[in-house]
Design a protein around this ligand. Structure first.
Ligand code: HSE
Length: 376
């Protein structure tokens, strides 16, 4: 396999290092804007030279961001090259365009590192779904949020201090809002649901809220009541109906998610034969992420292409009812649904998830956290 590697940052450098001594995979060209010297690969700023090079069969996209990653990946597919990418925003945003195009052009498209970094989550999901229907996917998919929430819970740090530490450790995206507002997790659960259920979820129907408004007082209240707050994603299907959402969630001490430390991920599927299976590991970082990019390259060599049948566009309907912790705003709608008070905050009676998120969009100062279902 001869690779044209787009980007030589955290992930790109890792791919180059891991494949350096491999006989069946060679990084032939690296496209990046920095002046780097590499012993075994040509370095260029000109993406067109990758397109024109007929000896390059596979493009590994490790640039991140939507543009020009989208234009480059699309052009590479048009030129008949296989794609491996770790870019969840790209795959999630252009799923309906890039996947059918790759199929039409007869090229392979894999993105295992896009969800769960170094965890073989999407590749195991693919194996699982070929034997059994999957009813649920989700869990802790963002290391930055888990690091912040864990530091606040175990070490008593404030939100700002915990975020600064996550940034200093290199966990957070360039714009931390992508992590802390839940967008990174949102991309990941949509992509996981698409592969698990063989559909294309309409992102506009998947509500998301993150952790940026959580305070030390919220965390103290959760601890006092025996809960740990985690940013949890959910994708479910039952009877031809799909639901998906991302929200801070209060889990009891007996649930595995409560024990996930530092920047780790814990991602779970539920299948009719296997029951619950959870995958724990590093969801970010140079070598964990590059490891799964290289695994995808090995899978391509073994003849494995995209994960699942590409399916029709569907809307998520989130009418299942959960209780919520709500702080920071109040109105008649919320008062009618209040079951108890926790200091300045309230705990609601069970409320449809979509309705709670719709309320939040009109009350942007508020922070909400759902009480977990017994099975997340
Ligand atoms: N910023 C992400 C995280 C990296 O913290 O999990 C991987 O998407």
């Amino acid at each position: 396999m001869k690779i044209g590697l787009l980007g030589f940052g955290v992930v790109g450098r890792g791919v180059y290092d891991i494949t350096a001594d491999m006989e069946d995979i060679q990084v032939a060209k690296v496209v990046c804007l920095e002046d780097v010297q590499l012993p075994d690969a040509e370095v260029t700023k000109d993406f067109q030279s990758v397109l024109k090079d007929e000896t390059i069969d596979t493009v590994v996209e490790a640039m991140g961001g939507l543009h020009p990653a989208y234009e480059f990946v699309r052009a590479a597919i048009e030129a008949g090259k296989n794609i491996v990418t770790s870019n969840k925003a790209l795959v999630c945003s252009f799923y309906d365009e890039l996947l059918p195009l790759a199929m039409e052009k007869g090229v392979q498209f894999r993105c295992t590192a896009a969800v769960g970094g170094g965890i073989g989550w999407l590749s195991e999901l693919e194996r699982s779904r070929r034997v059994q229907p999957i009813s649920r996917v989700g869990g802790i998919m963002n290391g930055t949020c888990n690091y912040i929430l864990d530091s606040m819970t175990r070490l008593g740090l404030g939100y700002d201090e915990a975020l600064k530490q996550a940034q200093a450790l290199g966990y957070a995206e360039a714009k931390p809002a992508t992590d802390v507002e839940g967008i990174d997790t949102w991309h990941k659960v949509i992509l996981s649901s698409n592969i698990a259920f063989g559909v294309s979820l309409d992102p506009a129907t998947v509500p998301v809220t993150g952790i940026s408004k959580i305070t030390a007082d919220d965390v103290a209240a959760f601890t006092a009541h025996g809960y740990t707050c985690k940013l949890i994603s959910t994708g479910k299907q039952a009877d031809g109906k799909y639901s998906a959402y991302v929200q801070p969630t209060l889990v009891g001490a007996g649930q595995p998610e409560a024990a996930v430390p530092s920047n780790f991920n814990l991602i779970t599927l539920d299948g009719i034969y296997s029951g619950r299976m959870s995958f724990f590991g590093q969801g970010a970082g140079r070598y964990p992420t590059a490891y799964n990019v290289v695994q995808d390259c090995k899978d391509l060599l073994a003849g494995k292409g995209f994960y699942s049948p590409y399916g029709p566009k569907v809307a998520a309907v989130n009418d299942s009812e959960l209780s919520f912790y709500v702080r920071g705003a109040s109105d008649a709608w919320l008062q009618e649904r209040t079951a108890e008070k926790w200091g300045d905050a309230v705990v609601t009676k069970p409320v449809p998830v979509d309705q709670m998120h719709a309320w939040l969009r009109s009350n942007e100062g508020a922070f909400i956290a759902a009480f977990a279902e017994s099975a997340l």
